[in-house]
Design a protein around this ligand. Sequence first.
Ligand code: DOR
Ligand code: ZN
Length: 450
Amino acid sequence: MKLIIRGGLVVDPVGGKAEISDVVVEDGRVMAVGRAAGGDKAPGPGAPGGARGSARDDRTTVVVDASGKVVLPGLIDSHVHLREPGQEHKEDIASGSAAAALGGFTTVAAMPNTDPVIDSRTGVEFILKRAGEVGLVNVLPVGAVTKAQKGQELAELGEMAAAGAVAFSDDGHPVSSAEIMRCALEYAKTFERPVLDHCEDLDLVNEGVMNQGYWATVLGLRGIPAAAEEVMVARDIILAAMTGGRLHLTHLSTAGSMELLRRAKDRGLNVTADVTPHHLSLTDEAVRTLDYDTSTKVNPPLRSESDRGALLAAVRDGTVDIVATDHAPHHFDDKDVEYNYAAFGMVGLETAVGLIVTNLVGPGYLDWVGMARLMSLNPARLLGLETKGLLRVDADADVTIVDPKAEWTVDPDRFASKGRNTPFAGMRLRGRVTETVVGGRLVVSGGKLI
Ligand code: DOR
Ligand code: ZN
């Protein structure tokens, strides 16, 4: 099938440009990018902004009219929880893939804190097999750092890398032993894989449930200090310097972490980091505004306004490399309990683009090139995906089309994800994914799965 995406603002995160162009893809590859690359005829009749032709017929040419829209290299989420195997009542690879596609993500990296934990070759093979059967977006397995994520013994990193694990992480849990983290960085380096580091000192967390500060005091909830994250960020930057390993700090949430990251980069260390759309959009005050709504309970917690300001500044000046959702679907039963007992986590795949366009692109913290770097190019580089993250001839035909002006209201009942746990329900957002193309195949058109 040949696909012509005509007349959109095509964003090139490598060249740092955004220009009105056509993109032509065929056989899973980008064939041409440029003005009139897709022919100079105006698009024929068809649903406005929609696709013409039949996606099922291999000989057809499908034309997508992208005028007024932004055409980005397929978005890549380097941090999602798809809950399969073992917790399919929360999410599975099929529902998570559908949520990803609708959210504009063509590739996602699936965290290994499933049941059982993905800590072996068989586990990695299972994820790849299931993802292939679902066949909607690229689902890349992340292997555990330690066996069963218990933090005691290194998992079989080499076997998992050989089977297709793109990174290693004990996400959901810290690697509490500095010696095991040192070994993990050494080993992962030999397999050219990054360690995605969930930074949390459990002694400092001390059963906290929200950010330690004014609102925790007012609300009478136990606080998690910023230091619980920052001492681990500092420790692991020191270990990255010691080992030369590839350290990626995930879901950083505090001003102090931004400062540590900035200094590590100034020293030339091979350290990168991501922040989430929710830490960029909300503060701990949301726990009060939403009246103890447990969808605000997330790990790391929503932080103070000055922390949020520091994250925004670090995104703007390029200190932060990636925006990743930490999509963490939970079942109603895990959240419909007192705040202290609720599970940590919120869904993110279907609100990420709306939040980033509304809260970062709109106010000028980011332009489209910046968004494409944070949500496509840099995650592609982190995960070693050389033919992704760019819209150039010969790149993979993964494309995300966004209508930057479309306004919509977040309605969790309409999510493809099984998780409904979002604090953004009812919020008006601007910026909506209209088309998602994976490997040259249109999987979302007119904002709907096809
Ligand atoms: O809020 C979170 N939820 N943070 C994590 O680190 C894990 C995740 C989950 O698996 O639910
Ligand atoms: Zn996570």
